[in-house]
Design a binder for this molecule. Structure first.
Ligand code: GLU
Length: 293
């Protein structure tokens, strides 16, 4: 009997071209590359450029240069999220048909003012793991008629997941398999900690959460390897995967490369930028050492 061909594991590195890559990205790219090699798997590169106001072709070109310099090879063609808005809109419509999303109209400033007024009396407004306040309930509680009337005015709006309804759709709960540098094993997801997350923004017909989940499924990604800063976001990703009937990858959230101040590196920190290091004569092997590999 001929054994069925084994499906190769699929890994992906998914940077956003909104700034130069730094040592933190190098660690992530190396780990994806090394883990794909060790598993005889495939490595994909995805350009996460839904935020067209901050992403540029120059930063994208710089990503390719930096990765080539690091000795990382990836399958072509590269998936560029800005070329796939139709898929994200379709998935949003599926969720809307089930009453799981609603249009939200409050600006960031309005939310801030609401939270400040509430907290002025000594109350505590719930915040998500990134420290942002949960979106107020007003828009979620509107009638269909009111929603239509507001949409009809042409007011700017985002589409948000009605978290309570979404969670109620999966009474058995959601979990994921984690192999990274934090907690390991079966992790019980807690999407409620995020409140009503944005799935489609007023300036882009998708959001990070929605597009990452759809792309991982559409690209057949089996192993998500990314920084621990996205560990909690996995709760939302798993919930969306279950709601949309998408396969479940396994997750490996790796340690972060911290700056001298002990904080996560940011794209504005020039001295840890890969192009900068290359210009100073640092080699790819040196970068491996610098990130502790
Ligand atoms: N685009 C995200 C970033 O640059 C990574 C998304 C992911 O790996 O899921 O931080």
């Amino acid at each position: 009997m001929i054994a069925p061909a084994r499906q190769k594991p699929v890994f992906r590195f998914a940077p956003s071209p909104n700034g130069p890559l730094h040592l933190g990205h190098a660690l992530s790219a190396f780990l994806n590359h090394d883990m794909a090699r060790a598993a005889d798997g495939r490595l994909l590169l995805r350009i996460e450029d839904i935020d067209q106001s901050r992403c540029t072709p120059e930063f994208e070109a710089a990503i390719y240069r930096d990765l080539e310099w690091l000795g990382i090879d990836w399958e072509k063609p590269v998936r560029r999220q800005s070329e796939h808005f139709a898929e994200y809109s379709f998935a949003l419509r599926l969720l809307a048909d089930r009453g799981l999303v609603y249009p939200s109209f409050m600006t960031r400033g309005e939310v801030k003012a609401r939270v400040a007024a509430f907290e002025a009396d000594g109350n505590i407004w719930p915040r998500d793991p990134d420290g942002s306040p949960h979106y107020p309930p007003d828009d979620r509680e509107r009638s269909t008629e009111e929603r239509l009337r507001l949409l009809d005015t042409g007011m700017k709006h985002a589409w948000r997941l009605d978290m309570r309804r979404a969670i109620a759709e999966v009474p058995a709960g959601v979990s994921w398999n984690e192999t990274g540098d934090g907690d390991r094993g079966t992790i019980v997801a807690d999407p409620a900690i995020w409140g009503d997350v944005v799935l489609s923004r007023s300036d882009a017909p998708s959001s990070y959460h929605l597009s990452v989940v759809l792309d991982d499924a559409l690209q057949g990604v089996t192993n998500v390897v990314r920084g621990l800063d996205l560990y909690h976001a996995t709760s939302v990703h798993r919930l969306l995967q279950v709601l949309l009937g998408l396969p479940q990858p396994s997750y490996h959230h790796h340690r972060l490369v911290l700056g001298p101040d002990g904080k996560k590196l940011s794209k504005s920190l020039g001295d840890t930028g890969l192009a900068e290091l290359r210009g100073e004569g640092v080699s790819a092997a040196d970068v491996r050492r610098l990130v502790g590999l």
